[in-house]
Ligand binder design. Structure first.
Ligand SMILES: Cc1cc2nc3c(=O)[nH]c(=O)nc-3n(C[C@H](O)[C@H](O)[C@H](O)COP(=O)(O)OP(=O)(O)OC[C@H]3O[C@@H](n4cnc5c(N)ncnc54)[C@H](O)[C@@H]3O)c2cc1C
Ligand code: SF4
Length: 338
């Protein structure tokens, strides 16, 4: 048993003051990831700062027609919130594709952004892992890497970011609001998570003394032509091998605008604006979608056990864009538990 202290933050300023005072402290929200990491000795915080009573649990309309989602809104409440279900169904679908109903009841919006990779070596403290122990080596590159990344990898780390929610948020141009000792700032969701480079221990661009307070969605929700397609080993309660958030705005059968982001393929949600640009102005048909997929995957690189992900992603992108164009989104199996 490794001892740690526990304290409760009274407001956002107090949370920032407490985290700034102790570089080895961690916030705890739903605890669905952090507690597992502590049990496995992967994370050893000296203090847990409980933020669950902070007033960050509401979904509010913004002046610009978007929504501001508090960092403590549970994943299940968010997915079933009427404004999300009506205006941003791709986000609802992505959230419901993740974890289980019980986990989604506990998991928070902020915690989902900051959940850590599911690379098995990261969780096994008997093996080298640059993310857990910088400069110790990467066991996955020459190990079992079936679930690992094919885009944006480095020689230091080939882990993936496991979130479903974040893939939809990347496609929707979401922003992350954070607060720190010097005030508040906003980070585009696509800039929030990092590629591994030579510092895979840093998952995000959030500073150690900052707290996520909210996620903001712009007005456009692509509620008509969208899908979130998640390909995984089991139909539920499994992380993505490849997932695709696809959204289109159509003028007849011509693509006026497109959004395309992938999960399960990189250290961050992988949004590709070049592939989106290639879709604009084109006919919404399989040949167009295949060209965009080829462009997106042109620099994909497989390892010993995950090369199949490249062709899986290609087929998945074509299927997802076809579902989006036809207005027949992938349905998720989980139903609301009253
Ligand atoms: C068995 C299992 C299966 C799962 N399957 C999926 C899946 O298929 N898809 C998917 O997307 N997810 C999946 N998850 C992950 C789940 O979504 C995350 O564990 C959850 O979203 C984390 O939220 P939390 O509030 O519990 O975070 P916590 O565990 O409380 O915290 C996680 C991290 O975030 C930090 N943190 C939390 N809130 C804040 C904040 N406001 N500001 C700054 N830092 C903060 C904590 O310090 C910690 O480092 C699964 C989890 C489990 C256990
Ligand atoms: S892929 Fe990343 S998380 Fe996994 S063992 Fe290598 S360094 Fe660690």
């Amino acid at each position: 048993m490794i001892n740690f202290e526990y304290s409760r933050a009274t407001d956002v300023a107090d949370a920032v003051r407490q985290i700034a005072a102790d570089p080895n402290a961690k916030f705890i929200a739903g605890g669905t990831n952090l507690i597992d990491l502590m049990k496995d000795d992967v994370e050893r915080p000296t203090r847990l700062i409980d933020i669950t009573r902070l007033p960050l649990k509401s979904v509010e309309e913004t002046g610009g027609g978007g929504l501001r989602i508090g960092a403590l809104v549970p994943n299940s409440d968010l997915a079933y919130h009427p404004l999300i279900a009506q205006r941003y169904p791709m986000l609802a679908s992505a959230i419901l594709a993740g974890a289980s109903a019980q986990l989604r009841n506990m998991a928070s919006t902020g915690g989902n952004l900051l959940q850590r990779t599911r690379c098995a070596y990261f969780y096994d403290i008997a093996t080298p892992c640059n993310k857990r122990e910088p400069a110790s080596g990467c066991s996955a590159i020459n190990g079992l890497n079936r679930g690992h990344a094919i885009l944006g990898t480095s020689e230091s780390c080939i882990a993936t970011h496991p979130s479903d929610m974040c893939v939809a948020l990347a496609a929707l141009d979401a922003k992350v609001h954070v607060a720190g000792p010097t005030g508040e700032r906003t980070i585009a969701l696509t800039d929030f998570h990092r590629l591994p480079g030579d510092a895979p221990q840093r998952d995000t661009n959030l500073q150690a003394n900052e707290i996520v307070t909210a996620v903001e969605l712009p007005a456009r929700g692509f509620k008509k032509n969208y899908t979130y397609l998640k390909v995984r080993d089991r139909l539920s309660y499994a992380f993505a091998l490849v997932s695709i958030a696809a959204a289109l705005e159509l003028d007849g059968s011509t693509i006026k605008d497109a959004r395309l982001a992938l999960g399960g393929v990189a250290h961050k949600p992988w949004r590709d604006q070049a592939a989106e640009a290639a879709l604009r102005g084109q006919a919404a048909e399989a040949a167009t979608f295949a060209q965009a997929a080829d462009l997106l995957l042109s620099e994909a690189k497989g390892y010993a056990h995950n090369t199949f992900k490249i062709s899986l992603a290609r087929r998945g992108i074509v299927r997802a864009l076809t579902q989006a164009a036809q207005g027949t989104p992938q349905s998720q199996s989980d139903k609301k538990i009253a």
